[in-house]
Design a protein around this ligand. Structure first.
Ligand SMILES: [Zn+2]
Length: 372
C-alpha cells in the first residue's frame, strides 16, 4: 500500500487494541490510534497550566513520541486554542478530557441537565454541551477524546446523585455521537454505588457494541479507602468487553497504578506526579517519597534515585543542587523534580508490562512494594 494511502486510512481508523499477553486480569497490549501505536500499560502526561507555566516540554520526558499527552478541552477551548498541540508541539499521541473533575471542584455553582452543564466562572455564565466538547476535539486534532461526563464526589452520602450521574453521562454520551466516534471513549460513572455502576456499565456495553472502541472508568480516586476503589475497578472490569482498551481517569500514584494494572486497566492519567514534584516531594521505589526541602539533603551529592534513568538523574545533578534550586524557585530545578516523578511512573508501567509478558506481575509488584 502506498504511504499516502496508509496515512489516509489511519486518519479515519478507529481506536483499536491488541492484547499481546495476559497475566491474570492484567494485560500487556498495544493501543492503536490514527496517529500511531502505543504500548500498554502506559501513563499519560497531563499537561496542566502549571506545567505550561514552568515551561515543561517534550525534552523533559525520555521519549515524547512514546507518551500520550493529555490536555483539558474545556480550558483550551475557553482560551481559543485551535490545536491540542498549541504551545507545546507534542510529537506523540494526544488525549483530551472534558473536565468532570473540575466540575466537582466548582461545586454548588453547577447547573446540570441533559443538554450539558452551566456554571459561573470569573463572573460570567458559561455553558458546555456534550456535542461541542467532541466538536472541539475533532477540530483540534485530538487522537483520543473523552466525552463530557458527570462525576460525583465518591464519599457523597446521597445515593441518588450517583444514579443521576450515570444517567446524565449516558445521555451526554448519546449526544456526543456522530462527530468523531472513531476517537471517542465511553466513561463509566457511578462512584462506589453498584446500582449506578450497573446502569453505566449496561450503557457502556451497548455503545461498545455499536461503534465506540474504548472505555474509561471515572468517578473514583477522591477520598475513598483504596480497597474500595480497587474492588470497584474489579467490579467494572468484569463487566466490560475484553477486546477494548480501558482507561483509568485520575489515577497516577504508583501503588494505585500497579493495583489497577493487576485488575485489568491499560492506561492511566493523573496530575499527582508532577504536582508533588513541584512541591518538593520526590518519588522513589516502594511507592515511597522524600521531601527535598529537608536540611538532611543540603550536602547530599547523590542523584535523586540511583536506579532512575530520567533526564534529571541521568544528568547527574545532586540532591543538594536540586534542593538549593527548589528553595529559590528556580525554573529548571522545578522542572527537573517534576520530570523525575513523572518518569518514575513511566518506567514503573514499562517494567510492569515486561513482567506481564513473562507472567510475573505479582512478583514484580511484591518486589516493588517491598523496597525500603
Ligand atoms: Zn530520576
Amino acid at each position: 500500500m502506498a504511504e499516502d494511502t496508509i496515512i489516509a486510512y489511519r486518519l479515519i481508523m478507529s481506536i483499536a487494541f491488541e492484547i499481546k499477553s495476559q497475566d491474570g486480569a492484567a494485560r500487556a497490549g498495544v493501543l492503536k490510534t490514527a496517529r500511531g501505536d502505543i504500548e500498554t500499560p502506559c501513563v499519560t502526561l497531563n499537561y496542566t497550566k502549571a506545567l505550561e507555566d514552568w515551561g515543561f516540554g517534550p525534552s523533559d520526558v525520555t521519549d515524547a513520541k512514546d507518551v500520550i499527552l493529555l490536555r483539558n478541552a474545556f480550558w483550551l477551548k475557553r482560551r481559543g486554542a485551535k490545536d491540542i498541540r498549541e504551545g507545546i508541539g507534542w510529537p506523540g499521541i494526544t488525549m483530551a478530557d472534558s473536565g468532570g473533575f473540575q466540575m466537582v471542584s466548582l461545586g454548588q455553582h453547577l447547573r446540570q441537565n441533559f443538554n450539558g452543564v452551566g456554571f459561573n466562572l470569573d463572573g460570567k455564565s458559561t455553558f458546555i454541551s456534550p456535542h461541542e466538547v467532541v466538536e472541539w476535539g475533532r477540530g483540534a486534532g485530538v487522537d483520543l477524546i473523552m466525552p463530557l461526563d458527570n462525576t460525583v464526589y465518591t464519599m457523597d452520602k446521597n445515593w441518588w446523585k450517583f444514579i443521576r450521574s450515570a444517567i446524565i453521562t449516558a445521555v451526554w454520551h448519546q449526544r456526543s455521537r456522530g462527530i468523531a466516534d472513531e476517537k471517542l471513549y465511553y466513561i463509566v460513572q457511578g462512584g462506589l454505588n453498584k446500582l449506578a455502576r450497573l446502569i453505566s456499565l449496561w450503557d457502556a456495553r451497548r455503545q461498545l457494541n455499536n461503534g465506540i472502541s474504548a472505555v474509561a472508568i471515572g468517578g473514583l480516586a477522591w477520598d475513598e479507602p483504596r480497597p474500595a476503589l480497587y474492588r470497584m475497578v474489579e467490579f467494572c472490569v468484569k463487566r466490560l468487553p475484553e477486546d477494548k482498551p480501558r482507561h483509568m481517569l485520575g489515577i497516577c500514584k504508583p501503588v494505585d497504578v500497579l493495583e489497577c494494572i493487576r485488575r485489568g486497566m491499560d492506561t492511566f492519567d493523573g496530575i499527582a506526579a508532577t504536582r508533588e514534584g513541584r512541591h518538593g516531594r520526590v518519588w522513589v521505589k516502594g511507592g515511597k517519597y522524600f521531601d527535598i526541602r529537608k536540611t538532611e539533603f543540603e550536602n547530599d551529592e547523590r542523584v535523586l534515585d540511583e536506579t532512575c534513568k530520567c533526564p534529571t538523574c541521568s544528568s547527574g545533578i545532586s540532591r543538594a543542587r536540586l534542593r538549593a534550586g527548589f528553595k529559590q524557585r528556580d525554573r529548571e530545578a522545578i522542572r527537573q523534580l517534576m520530570a523525575h516523578n513523572w518518569h518514575h511512573n513511566y518506567s514503573l508501567v514499562k517494567d510492569a508490562r515486561a513482567a506481564i509478558l513473562v507472567g510475573h506481575l505479582d512478583i514484580y509488584i511484591t518486589e516493588y512494594l517491598s523496597i525500603l
